[in-house]
Design a protein around this ligand. Sequence first.
Ligand SMILES: NC(=O)c1ccc[n+]([C@@H]2O[C@H](COP(=O)([O-])OP(=O)(O)OC[C@H]3O[C@@H](n4cnc5c(N)ncnc54)[C@H](O)[C@@H]3O)[C@@H](O)[C@H]2O)c1
Length: 304
Amino acid sequence: MRFAGRCALVTGAAGGIGAAIVALLWAEGAAVAATDRDTRGITAEALLPGDLRDRAFCDALPGAAREALGTLDIVVNNAGAITRGPVTRTGDDDFALSMAVNVEAPFRICRAAIPLIAADGGGAIVNIASCWGLRPGPNHALYCATKAALASLTQCMGLDHAGEGARVNAVCPNEVNTPMLRSGFARRGLDPDTAVADLGRTVPLGRIAEPEDIAEVALFLASDAARYDTGALYEVTEGNRSDEDVRGKGRARHRRAVGDGAGHRAAPDRGGGAGLHRAARSRRGVRGDRGRPGRSGGGGPCDV
Ligand SMILES: NC(=O)c1ccc[n+]([C@@H]2O[C@H](COP(=O)([O-])OP(=O)(O)OC[C@H]3O[C@@H](n4cnc5c(N)ncnc54)[C@H](O)[C@@H]3O)[C@@H](O)[C@H]2O)c1
């Protein structure tokens, strides 16, 4: 029971990764305040439905969670929106949505949460970014840019608030079997189960991530085991696909398998993968290691 007595706020709690994070936190003894647009069907101590595009809702969310649970020790900014296409095929609404959900909401929630976490004796914020925020892939310009902003914000907050007892880190997943990925396949007329299986055969570990694989890494970062981590970006890459050669081959294999285009998806199968979090740790920490230059293109969650 790593989280007995801890109180956590989780956004995007009705989605694939969010539901897994809520379930694992719960199983490990945390009291959870869950938020999403529709929280019906979520089991948690507090349900705080709302739209993260609503600035006032975001500003008030950490306080509402603390009010409901007693303290605020952990915040997981997991909710995300994906818009697909190059900039020439994205509209003003796409821009506003991507910025509001992927950047502004975490900014507002962190800004409100950090003083509360500090006042309650210290804790952790975990942001769910994306490996496409570190190395952009094709045809998802806004998604990649907003995830890069979230990754940078995480590094900045980790640095700025290190002395306040609030650690801030991010998980940067590759492809995860959730509604976000599957909806991309469906939109292209592909059967999501078949496409996910085909994609899994192209990665070194033999399958793409299940939500629990990402949740385990998020919980590690939220736990005291990560007490010396802040401002870090943890890639969860299903094998070292950050290597250009491997990624190039993987992309080619997958293009052969399911064609080119965009993915991201919802995981009905919650059985697989719990405990697997041998994440390739990408420690682009607070000292300014910006990662490997010149690595653009592919290898991301939507590289399907
Ligand atoms: N699935 C992947 O391959 C993948 C890869 C890398 C990163 N991610 C990131 O992981 C996080 C979780 O994504 P997921 O794959 O579980 O997707 P998902 O679509 O299953 O879940 C996203 C959740 O965010 C919520 N959300 C979106 N807009 C909202 C709004 N305006 N107000 C309130 N809630 C809102 C949705 O309702 C949904 O429940 C996201 O930040 C995503 O960008 C996913």
